[in-house]
Design a protein around this ligand. Structure first.
Ligand code: ADP
Length: 338
């Protein structure tokens, strides 16, 4: 972040471990691309990762792992910050809690879904207040940088609306249009399905065979693609979900020439699924090989990455501190500098 003429885009991701093709094509690649047109602020949101049951021994290493992976695929380190290194997010969250109704939070479908999942999967059925409050912290993540745009998928639309409501209520209460209401940035991103079961989304939570990790070795990637489910035996005029998914991965990974040729063959009724799988595997392996090389370089000098992230978080934090100072003034809190 720095170019004042550009609009600010804010986006965050939770450090929950491995990065798969769904995360990359569905979210992270977009982050990389947006960097040329916008001032981008990207958060690795470790406070958010605490809202669901998690392993305290893994959170820190997952955070570094995700940062390494993001930089390896092309996110600029100067655009990245770690949420807990900018504690003003939590401070603004508290202030916003006082501008948000309990009822509004209870209506969030993501809260309903996740708390149901917790109830079903956990013996103690624990649902944290953090999970309920998550969208308020998200509002703070966005507004603390006065972001103009937030890239959103359908699942986050309701949260963005809540952010706009909180910002509006805040502005009304303090008697000025202090916060700009953030807008969604609706970029076309593909939804990648599991190659083992193309009716369900590629996802870590569905288990190992349901996702292809961007950083796993080429042999495994090839094996997973070559054993992809193509059709279920039903004769249909329509392209099956599995074949559609393979075509989508082929295009997204950059081999548009093979994509178009194989699509023509499909239309002529002559496509051999084996050929499609070979093309997809080659294209994905080629793309991920570059990422792996970059990741190895970064991992060889972890100290450098750590100091870069410390510096970028400190830099980004200055903006957050400025907002907090102004907000405290506006809401009537003491604003003493120690
Ligand atoms: P997972 O479900 O594997 O745990 P997350 O829920 O942590 O993944 O998602 C992180 C980001 O990746 C989100 O922006 C989400 O929309 C995107 N994403 C996850 N899975 C897919 C997928 N299969 N296709 C497209 N985007 C995805």
């Amino acid at each position: 972040m720095s170019d004042t003429n550009k609009k600010t885009v804010l986006s965050c991701i939770q450090p929950t471990g491995d990065m798969h093709l769904g995360n990359y094509f569905g979210a992270v690649k977009n982050w990389v691309d947006l960097q040329s047109d916008y001032d981008c602020v990207y958060g690795v949101v470790d406070y958010h990762a605490m809202t669901m049951p998690y392993d305290v021994k893994k959170l820190r290493s997952n955070t570094w792992e995700l940062i390494t992976n993001l930089v390896a695929v092309g996110v600029k380190p100067e655009n990245l910050f770690v949420q807990s290194l900018v504690p003003e997010h939590a401070e603004l969250c508290w202030i916003f809690n006082c501008f948000c109704g309990i009822g509004e939070l209870g209506r969030m479908t993501q809260f309903k879904d996740k708390s149901k999942k917790n109830e079903e999967e956990q013996s103690n059925k624990f649902i944290s207040a953090g999970l309920l409050d998550y969208p308020v912290l998200q509002t703070a993540d966005i507004l603390i940088y006065k972001a103009d745009y937030v890239p959103v998928g359908k699942d986050q639309e309701q949260h963005l609306e809540l952010s706009r409501n909180i910002a509006g209520r805040f502005n009304h209460q303090v008697g000025q249009e202090y916060f700009v209401l953030p807008e969604g940035l609706y970029t076309e991103t593909p939804k990648i399905m599991s190659t083992a079961d193309p009716m369900r989304k590629m996802s870590k939570s569905a288990g190992e065979k349901h996702y292809i990790s961007v950083f796993s070795d080429s042999k495994r990637i090839e094996k997973q693609i070559k054993s992809a489910v193509t059709d279920t035996g039903e004769v249909s005029e329509k392209m099956s979900a599995g074949v559609q998914n393979l075509f989508m991965i082929l295009k997204a990974s950059g081999d548009t020439i093979s994509h178009d040729q194989l699509m023509d063959t499909y239309r002529d009724g002559n496509l051999r699924y084996g050929d499609l799988k070979v093309a997809v595997a080659e294209s994905v392996v080629k793309m991920t090989d570059d990422f792996k090389v970059r990741r190895a370089e970064i991992s060889a000098d972890k100290k450098q990455l750590k100091s870069q992230i410390k510096a970028s978080s400190a830099d980004i934090r200055r903006k957050a501190q400025e907002t907090i100072r102004e907000v405290k003034d506006l809401v009537g809190l003491l604003n003493v500098r120690f």
